[in-house]
Design a protein. Structure first.
Ligand SMILES: C[S@@+](CC[C@H](N)C(=O)[O-])C[C@H]1O[C@@H](n2cnc3c(N)ncnc32)[C@H](O)[C@@H]1O
Length: 290
């Protein structure tokens, strides 16, 4: 398979996964994307009147709080490769009465947008899906007006954990299970191809500087993820990166994993009955170097 074909296949799979997840995405009473999106917006500080682009906006966890802060004088554009996500994001903006927002289906790796027409580019848990995110960062720098900023989040990646899950799950998902994933999705391949540059703050800073940014700030802070029960978390995990694992595990292995996770998470339930655990999140902000 050529690199172009592999990239196209990968993007088709990512698009299908998020189209399939859109109807229930972030709506299963499991808190994660919404608090993370709000925290990213707090750190990136959109100002009244600014023009904001949110890459991989999903249902608007970052886009909508940013749109509220920039007010009627500002404008926010959310782009996502999954049409079902964009449709739901549009409905959500309408439901919340937010009128300074536009949403469009677009590949965020190659944004077809005019140069220098944004003040802030955001992307929460989305640049991690771009096959060549470092090259995309340079395109985002071009989209920014002088002094413009970027802000994005990623997991705090480590080599030995399932790519999108916190360390808590390392003991629950034996590495042998990950062999059921297609080769491109093996953690070491995902890591090498997509995530290695995000792991070491020095590499990440170098990637941003090479792309035309300066004043890089990298801040790791956990989001407290909560869920009504272990079972609810497992249902939710079918709408996330872990969907890939569920899709590829043989039935018996999937059933055993499901039980193991439910038991471990239910053991974390607090007095209010909710499961709570910390997910390390990396918040990255920078300013274009002109
Ligand atoms: C984990 S979700 C995060 C969504 C949202 N930012 C949030 O915090 O809830 C990742 C999003 O990135 C989108 N995405 C993945 N690859 C993309 C690409 N090449 N261009 C634009 N969006 C992409 C997915 O469709 C999905 O909506």
């Amino acid at each position: 398979m050529t690199t172009e074909t592999a990239t196209a296949t990968y993007k088709t799979k990512v698009t299908a996964a998020f189209n399939g997840a859109a109807a229930t995405y972030d709506r299963l009473d499991v808190e994660f994307f919404t608090p993370m999106g709000s925290r990213l917006v707090e750190r990136a500080r959109p100002r009244p009147g600014e023009r904001v682009l949110d890459v991989g906006c999903g249902l608007g966890a970052t886009l909508l709080p940013a749109a509220r802060l920039i007010g009627d004088e500002g404008s926010a554009l959310g782009i996502d490769i999954a049409a079902a996500m964009i449709e739901e994001a549009g409905k959500e903006a309408e439901r919340q009465g937010i009128t300074n927002v536009e949403v469009r289906v677009m590949d965020g790796e190659y944004p077809d947008l005019p140069a220098r027409c944004f003040d802030l580019v955001l992307g929460s848990y989305s640049v991690i899906f771009l096959p060549d995110a470092r090259a995309a960062l340079a395109r985002y720098a071009d989209l920014l007006a002088d002094g413009g900023r970027i802000g994005f989040t990623s997991p705090v990646f480590t080599k030995d954990t399932f790519p999108f899950l916190p360390p808590l799950f390392t003991d629950l998902i034996p590495m042998s299970l990950l062999e059921h994933l297609p080769e491109a999705w093996h953690p070491e391949n995902l890591h090498r191809q997509l995530h290695s540059w995000l792991e070491d703050p020095a590499d990440l800073t170098a990637a941003l500087e090479k792309a035309g940014f300066t004043d890089v700030e990298i801040h790791d802070e956990p989001v407290v993820q909560t869920a009504p029960s272990g079972e609810a978390w497992v249902t939710w995990s079918h709408t996330q990166g872990m969907r890939l694992l569920w899709q590829h595990l043989p039935e018996a292995e999937a059933a055993a994993l499901r039980e193991r996770i439910i038991t471990a998470l239910d053991a974390l339930r607090g007095e209010d009955g909710r499961v709570r655990f910390e997910v390390p999140v990396r918040y990255v902000t920078a300013r274009v170097a002109r």
